[in-house]
Structure formats: C-alpha cells, structure tokens
Design a protein around this ligand. Structure first.
Ligand SMILES: *[C@@H]1O[C@H](CO)[C@@H](O)[C@H](O)[C@H]1NC(C)=O
Ligand SMILES: *[C@@H]1O[C@H](CO)[C@@H](O)[C@H](O)[C@H]1NC(C)=O
Length: 398
C-alpha cells in the first residue's frame, strides 16, 4: 500500500514537471522538453533553498554553471588565449590560417541575465570559436562582473572599458584587426549590453574607431513596461518566463526584492518619468499582428522613492530603447534576431521599428519557431538555423 502511494506521488510529481505545454510549431519538442524540465527542477530546487535563506538563487545557479566552463584551449583552426582589457578579463579567438589582409574584429558579450554565464561557458566558447573560424575574424569574448555581487552600472562599465580598450588603434593592430571592420554583438543580456555600449561609443569623443555593425540576438532593451504583449503571452515560453525575466531585471539594479515586487505589478516607474513611456509604447511601436488581442494601458505610476534608490532602471545605459531619435539615428548598420516564443520579442520588435523610423539600416530576422536561448542550444536544429543566418549576415556586412 505504502509503495503504491509512493509510486503515485512520484508519477504525479514527474507529470507536473514534464507538463510544460510547448507552443505547437517548435521543432524537436521532446528533446527541448528534457532541457526545459531539467532547468525547471533546478530553478525550483534553488528557489526553495533561497526561501530557506541558504543561498541567493542566482549564486546557486551560477555555481552550477561554473561546471559548464571549459578552459581556453586552441584547436586546429583557432588559437584561444585569455588576457585582460583595461582590467576586464577577456577570451580571444584568433584564426590560425594565414591572412594577407587585416581581419574583421567582433566584440562579443555573453548573455545570462546580468547574473549568469561567462565567456568560458561551453555554449559561448563553441559559438565564439566557430564565429572566429567561419568569419575569419578575431573574436573578443568579454567577461563582466555579475549580479548579485555587482549591480548596474558595473556590468555596463566593465564591458565598455574592455570595448574601448579593444578599439584603440595600437590594440587593433596588435591583433591584426582592420579598424574599418569592427562590430559588436551579444545575445539576451549580452544583446542589451551590446546595444548600450554601441550607443555610448558613437557619443564618445575619445573613441576614434567607428563600429561597422551591431548584431543583437533577442536583446533585452527596456525595463519600463514589463507587461508588453510578449510578457503577457509568455507564461509557457521555454526557458525564460516573464517572472524570471522580471527577477533578472530587478537583480541588475538591486538585490532588494521590493523592486522586483513593484516590477511584477508593472508599478515601478514614478509619474515624473511617465514621459519616457513614449519610447516603449507598444501600441505605437509594434506591428499590428502583435497587438491583436491586447489592450494598451500605460503602466501604473510607482513610488518616487524606489526610483531615487535605484535610478538605473530609468537609465538609457540599462534600457537602450530610452535613447532619443537623434542618438539612434547615428547607430551603425544593425542586425536583430527576434523569436516568436520569447518574452523579449517585443523589445526587439520595438527597437527595429525605432531604428527604421530614423533611417538606420536594419536587417531583422524573426524566427517563427524560435524561443529564448535557442541561439546557443548547439545540439538543436533551430540553433544551426539561427547561427547560419547570423554568420552569413556578418560575412556580408562586417
Ligand atoms: C577546422 O577547419 C576544417 C576546414 O574548414 C574543418 O573541417 C574542421 O572541422 C575544423 N576543426 C574544428 C575543430 O572546428
Ligand atoms: C501610446 O500610443 C498610443 C497609440 O499611438 C497613444 O494613443 C497613447 O497616448 C500612447 N501612450 C503613451 C503613454 O505614450
């Protein structure tokens, strides 16, 4: 009898975990279900240990991610080294084949919600290694201080310092990089940082090298309205739920959970900043298709105190969508990937629209069967598809 009950409980528990309804047209659903279920179990377990006061959720996950790091190992095609750029640790991938001319340079920023991952994480090591090989490019994959130990603007400043260092003429020369062919790229939180540093570089009189391109893969671009249609639709999207995204945004600015609570209610922007909503107004910036079934309400005004304590979430360096049209109009050639089943989908779609409105050339690839994290899910067909498009765009435009 006891064994039957135990078995029943086990079956119910397993069924609960396995039951993540995936959107219909996602490829390789069973393989994906295994990944999402594993993550769900890990997140639930670590959320529980956090609730018990044992360890911060993101510290636990990052501890686990350290086991997925690989050393800087060269292979037959690419030399991999580690160094620091202005004190920031970076990993550099140099193609081994001989080159008569100077090479392309790509400055890459990994994702992980400003809390997780590194240039050494196996998925990123593989991506940046293949990028260097296939593009015949020098790829600099930068690290940066992570939350909860470090908060905004630390992440931004680490990345910006490393980029500025790389863009110096003598440094580009040392690595054999053509100063006319340098680009910035990143995915997710890395896409956020890529967009933010690109805006900063074009306004920095000390930086003489001009960026040729920016390539943003499902970037996070604003923390003002956390109830966009993609957030409202996203409760069953793989890997990144709306509530996890809100947690990650709030962790970028503070470990104080009152910010997260206000953000979950979409009640964190005080009245005196409501003029900023025009920059993230999905009602005017999203294509018709994505507005269907949604009714626009501007977020409820929040307390001024929260914004005084954590002004970061209103800062353009954290939320590149807050840049004015004049700044945006000076941005370089832009590539943006968005995915249908991604809470950050509408951030990307709105940036595409705002850049196009001011005449920036944008190539936008939207993956109808895509989801957050797919770009670096190397054993999946969707990752190949996305990486191939990304690399062929860079091949033509960088
Ligand atoms: C090195 O390049 C060759 C030729 O493109 C390729 O066949 C091989 O798989 C590459 N090796 C690695 C480790 O990527
Ligand atoms: C958002 O856009 C809609 C439609 O263009 C407009 O009616 C509304 O006033 C805008 N709201 C804000 C806060 O900008």
């Amino acid at each position: 009898m006891a064994r039957t009950i135990l078995l029943l409980v086990a079956v119910v528990l397993v069924a609960y975990y396995i039951y993540v309804p995936l959107p219909g047209d996602i490829e390789e659903p069973w393989k994906l279900l295994l990944e999402t279920t594993t993550l769900k179990i890990i997140m639930d377990l670590f959320s529980f240990t956090e609730l018990l006061g044992i360890n911060h959720l993101m510290d636990s996950v990052q501890f686990l991610m350290r086991f997925q790091e690989v050393p800087a190992t060269s292979d037959e095609n690419v030399t991999v080294t580690e160094t620091t750029f202005d004190g920031v640790p970076v990993r550099i991938y140099m193609p081994k084949r001989k080159s008569e001319a100077l090479r392309r340079g790509l400055f890459f920023i990994h994702g992980g919600g400003w809390c997780l991952g590194s240039a050494a994480t196996v998925n990123y090591d593989l991506l940046t290694r293949q990028t260097a090989d296939r593009l015949d490019a020098v790829v600099v994959s930068t690290n940066y201080g992570l939350a909860p130990k470090y908060h905004f603007p630390h992440q931004f400043e680490d990345v910006y310092s490393a980029l500025r260092w790389f863009l110096q003429e003598n440094i580009l020369e040392r690595y054999g990089v053509d100063p006319r062919r340098v680009g910035v790229s990143g995915d997710s939180a890395g896409g956020n940082l890529a967009a933010a540093v690109t805006q900063q570089v074009i306004q920095d009189p000390d930086v003489k090298t001009k960026l040729k391109v920016q390539a943003l893969v499902y970037p996070a671009l604003q923390a003002l309205d956390l109830k966009l249609p993609s957030y409202q639709e996203g409760s069953n999207f793989p890997f990144l739920s709306p509530s996890l995204m809100v947690r990650l945004w709030s962790e970028y600015f503070s470990t104080d959970r009152t910010l997260e609570k206000a953000m979950l209610l979409n009640q964190h922007v005080p009245m005196e900043f409501s003029h900023l909503f025009q920059f993230v107004n999905w009602s005017s910036l999203l294509p018709e298709r994505y507005k269907t079934g949604h009714f626009y309400e501007s977020p409820t005004p929040g307390s001024s105190e929260l914004a005084k304590k954590y002004p970061g979430f209103l800062d353009v360096k954290a939320c590149p969508l807050l840049a004015n049209d004049n700044t945006l109009s000076h941005l370089p050639l832009t590539y943006i990937i968005t995915c249908q089943y991604d809470v950050l989908r509408d951030d990307g779609l709105m940036y595409v629209r705002r850049l196009q409105n001011v005449g920036v050339h944008v190539t936008h690839h939207h993956f109808e069967d895509g989801f957050h994290g797919a770009f670096t899910l190397h054993r999946f067909k969707i990752a190949d598809k996305m990486q191939n498009q990304y690399l062929s765009w860079l091949m033509k435009n960088l």
